[in-house]
Write a protein that binds this ligand. Structure first.
Ligand code: SF4
Ligand code: SF4
Ligand code: SF4
Length: 338
């Protein structure tokens, strides 16, 4: 009897030690729980999230040039550290993110012989499910003949119809002027999709393919990983990358440096190669916004063109179709039609 009791006691001690070590390890490995957009999980969680994003950025967009730091954006006032704390520029003013897409330099990646790289990099950086193209490159006929390519992310409207109609506040504007979606609050009613005049929102109709690296992600509306069935997703303008001093995936991947990212408050933007004064660049090049007459006030600006600055012949039409790597990489992955 005594040996039996001793054996049971020893077994209990061993189990206790194993459980304790397991919990400690799990605590070490588990990424801090992200907020649903309303709460806060502290600087450590945000740092962890950025570390992960850099990780997937490097692995997923490994084929693109090394991350180009928008140095001018980092030199003053320096950036804020948390997803809840907006980035601030000189004088402590909150950054107001903006994008400029210079169509004179966009050839739809015809010269590369690849599908549009901005689209591909965004898909891989966000593990976006097929058939979502958060930045979709449309080919449009020009009035005088030939075509132009128009990369189209979410336009980050400052008067966003999508936000105005959401019945549960799942989509919202941040202090940095970015429109985000909290998939943990989204009820899948898709009213926002009907309200968006640019067709820039996408619905997870089925269980989206979730690559193994997505399982490590600590969910945040800033990057929307992992995708969840029955919720809406879209371009989030990569504010977490901007706060970390890195350009969005689409901009890093563009071989022609056609896309700029910047801060309206400090009046600077960069495509990773050069820095421009936003107001002067927009004025000098007569920039425009899509469907300006609707009063949505997009934060994404365009400079007219058809790839002429990189030698594109507008009569060379067509671009290669977008590809998603998930069916090859995720067993049982499924896709759906919009
Ligand atoms: S914006 Fe750049 S990456 Fe995107 S299609 Fe145009 S040239 Fe290619
Ligand atoms: S482009 Fe559409 S989804 Fe994006 S902010 Fe404007 S209305 Fe909303
Ligand atoms: S800004 Fe970010 S989310 Fe938007 S298209 Fe570019 S990579 Fe995708």
């Amino acid at each position: 009897m005594v040996p039996l009791l001793l054996a049971l006691a020893a077994a209990a001690i061993v189990i206790g030690v194993v459980v304790h070590v397991g919990h400690t390890l799990a605590d070490e490995l588990r990424p801090p729980r992200a907020p649903n957009g309303a709460g806060t999980d502290g600087i450590g969680a945000a740092a962890e999230r950025r570390r992960f994003l850099r990780l997937i950025g490097i692995s997923a967009v490994g084929a693109v040039p090394a991350t180009i730091l928008p140095v001018a954006l980092r030199t003053h006032g320096d950036v804020a550290a948390t997803a809840e704390e907006p980035a601030r520029g000189p004088g402590g003013r909150v950054r107001q993110w903006t994008m400029i897409i210079d169509l004179r330099f966009c050839d739809g990646c015809q010269s590369q012989g690849t599908p549009p790289r901005c689209t591909t990099a965004c898909i891989e950086g966000h593990l976006a499910p097929e058939p979502m193209e958060w930045i979709q490159v449309f080919e449009q006929e020009l009035p005088g003949g030939g075509t132009q390519f128009i990369p189209t992310p979410c336009l980050q409207c400052q008067n966003p119809p999508c936000v105005n109609v959401c019945p549960v506040g799942a989509t919202f504007s941040t202090p940095e002027g970015v429109v985000l979606i909290d998939q943990e609050r989204c009820i899948g009613c898709r009213i926002c999709m009907a309200a968006c005049p640019y067709d820039r929102r996408f619905f997870n109709w089925s269980d989206p393919p979730v690559p193994p690296e997505a399982l490590l992600a600590d969910y945040s509306p800033d990057h929307q990983v992992p995708a969840t069935r029955g919720t809406v997703m879209k371009c989030d303008m990569c504010p977490d990358l901007a706060r970390a001093g890195t350009l969005p995936y689409c901009i890093q991947a563009c071989p022609n440096d056609a896309i700029y990212y910047g801060d309206l408050e400090e009046d600077i933007a960069t495509n990773g190669r050069s820095v421009v004064a936003v107001s002067k660049f927009l004025t000098d090049n007569q920039a425009y916004q899509l469907k300006e007459h609707l009063g949505t006030k997009p934060r994404v600006y365009y400079v007219a063109g058809h790839g002429q600055a990189v030698g594109r012949d507008p009569y060379t039409t067509g671009r290669l179709p977008t590809e998603w790597p998930w069916l090859r990489r995720v067993e049982g992955a499924r896709v759906w039609n919009r």
